[in-house]
Design a binder for this molecule. Structure first.
Ligand code: NDP
Ligand code: 2IT
Length: 455
């Protein structure tokens, strides 16, 4: 069907009004849906096979959303009560797949936005994975290892009945890393009495995949490199601002350093550090020990590296850089931060976190026609390597580091190609990675949903 721009706008607005009526109290979820609807609905209108089937309306409704009570006992003997969740968004192309987040801000809006984005992201990886997300409002900060173990065991004592290696395969996200996956896996194995690949991000001696810990950060850098190559450029010699100092930020920094870039910032929720000399391999090893073993704060960096500075309660985007990589959390890069980045010469933004740029920031980057990759394309390397972990578990076999890294690179290259196929304006040559990722992600899931009928 051919419609005029104002007629398309009426369709998009009509759809969003309906979604807002149903989910008015879920701002992050609405933000994620708006971005998809604005790019995908015009495509649906132009393609008769998708038109009139209410596919997007079906995709914004979770197939199932589970909320449950998690009781556990802290080190003082007090009974604590948290909320646990699993949003099973879409299983058209494979079992539900997506991480678990433990953070006090976790609620249905956050998890539905993450699960919705995950559907498109997982589709882009080319692997057979549906989309889901879960977690808890549990705050791991300041908890002892024993408290973390008791909480994870309590959480899994309910979640286990809703997941399985062919049903739903959770993994890590904010606040859930190797330690937590171990405790969760242990309880699942005990309750089901089976050793299966029900979780990814497992340890190397019990079914994990090499490169999974590195994959999200590495993949985000591989994607940035692909974007820069479209301009005949590369990471080498570039100054890079990274936010966050957790799993994604650490390995994004490692890969930037390996490729000859200079990382000058890292952050956490209390502020950011600036090291104008560059965070080299040795300094990054210090950060990894600080965050992963000592579970300390990033501000401690400046006590050891006294040339560096700490800026409390600020984000790194006020520093001049060529490439920005937001790797902490949603909506951490505002419109005014985007303006500052542009003013200071930034030409490439590769999102390691999920939806870190606000709507205003994305609009500013796109208007300026800089290289901008949305998380669902650029951070897909993590879940893609989870998919490779599932494959290795099914084969009861392990690939080498080089084999997994090669496959990860190929997948990121494929995602980049798809963004070009669906997002490149042939007249101007501009690649709209948001449009490309949304439409390419949509097409695979929509085709599967059409084939399977109204279920
Ligand atoms: P981690 O828990 O390892 O690290 C999170 C980092 O982000 C920490 O430095 C944390 O600081 C910071 N952070 C968290 N919340 C906030 C906040 N509200 N404001 C400022 N900083 C904050 O998580 P990951 O590195 O795994 O995840 C980071 C992002 O990447 C998330 O958006 C996640 O969804 C996304 N992602 C993760 C993947 C993975 O494989 N792990 C895959 C794809 C995307 P503090 O310690 O102070 O809380
Ligand atoms: O947001 C994400 O893609 C993740 N947290 C990883 C999910 C996974 O299943 O590996």
């Amino acid at each position: 069907m051919i419609l005029k721009p104002n007629e398309i706008k009426i369709k998009v607005d009509g759809f969003l009004d309906l979604v807002r009526q149903r989910n008015g109290h879920e701002p992050e979820f609405l933000q994620a849906v708006e971005e998809v609807a604005e790019t995908v609905i015009p495509y649906i209108i132009q393609n008769d096979i998708y038109h009139g089937k209410n596919i997007l309306l079906r995709m914004v409704e979770p197939e199932r959303a589970i909320m449950f009570r998690v009781n556990w006992v802290d080190d003082d003997g007090e009974i604590q009560v948290n909320r646990g969740y699993r949003v099973q968004m879409n299983s058209a192309i494979g079992p539900y797949k997506g991480g678990l987040r433990f953070h006090p801000s976790v609620n249905m809006s956050i998890l539905k936005f993450l699960a919705f984005e995950q559907v498109f992201k997982n589709s882009l990886t080319t692997l057979p994975m549906g989309g889901g997300k879960g977690g808890s409002d549990f705050d791991p900060k300041g908890k002892s290892d024993n408290e973390i173990m008791r909480f994870c065991h309590a959480f899994m004592s309910e979640l286990f009945r809703h997941i399985g290696p062919n049903t739903d395969v959770p993994a890590g996200d904010i606040g859930v890393g190797g330690r937590e996956i171990g405790f969760l896996f242990g309880m699942y194995k005990k309750l089901q009495n089976e050793f299966t690949g029900v979780l990814t991000g497992k340890g190397m001696t019990w079914g994990g995949s090499l490169i999974r810990p590195e994959a999200t950060g590495y993949g985000t850098v591989y994607f940035a490199e692909k974007m820069l190559q479209t301009k005949g450029d590369s990471i080498k010699g570039k100054t890079v601002c990274i936010s966050g100092s957790g799993n994604v930020a650490q390995y994004a920094a490692e890969k930037i350093i390996q490729l000859g870039g200079k990382v000058i910032t890292l952050s956490d929720s209390s502020g950011y550090i600036l090291d104008s000399d560059g965070i080299n391999k040795e300094k990054l090893a210090f950060v990894m020990d600080l965050k992963n073993n000592k579970r300390g704060r990033i501000s401690a960096y400046v006590d050891t590296y006294t040339n560096a500075q700490f800026f409390a309660n600020k984000t790194p985007w006020e520093q001049a850089c060529d490439v920005a990589m937001p790797c902490a959390t949603q909506n951490e890069l505002s419109g005014s931060a985007a303006e500052t980045l542009l003013k200071n010469g930034c030409t490439c933004v590769s999102e390691g976190a999920n939806m870190p740029s606000t709507k205003a920031a994305v609009a500013i980057f796109q208007k300026a026609r800089i290289l901008f990759a949305p998380g669902k394309a650029s951070n897909a390397g993590g879940v893609a390597t989870s998919g490779l972990e599932m494959t290795q578990n099914s084969l009861r076999y392990n690939w080498s580091r080089e084999e997994v890294d090669e496959k990860l690179k190929d997948i990121m290259g494929n995602i980049h190609d798809k963004c070009i196929a669906y997002g490149k304006d042939e007249k101007t040559g501009y690649i709209d990675y948001v449009k490309g990722a949304n439409i390419a992600g949509f097409v695979k899931v929509a085709d599967a949903m059409l084939a399977q009928g109204v279920v």
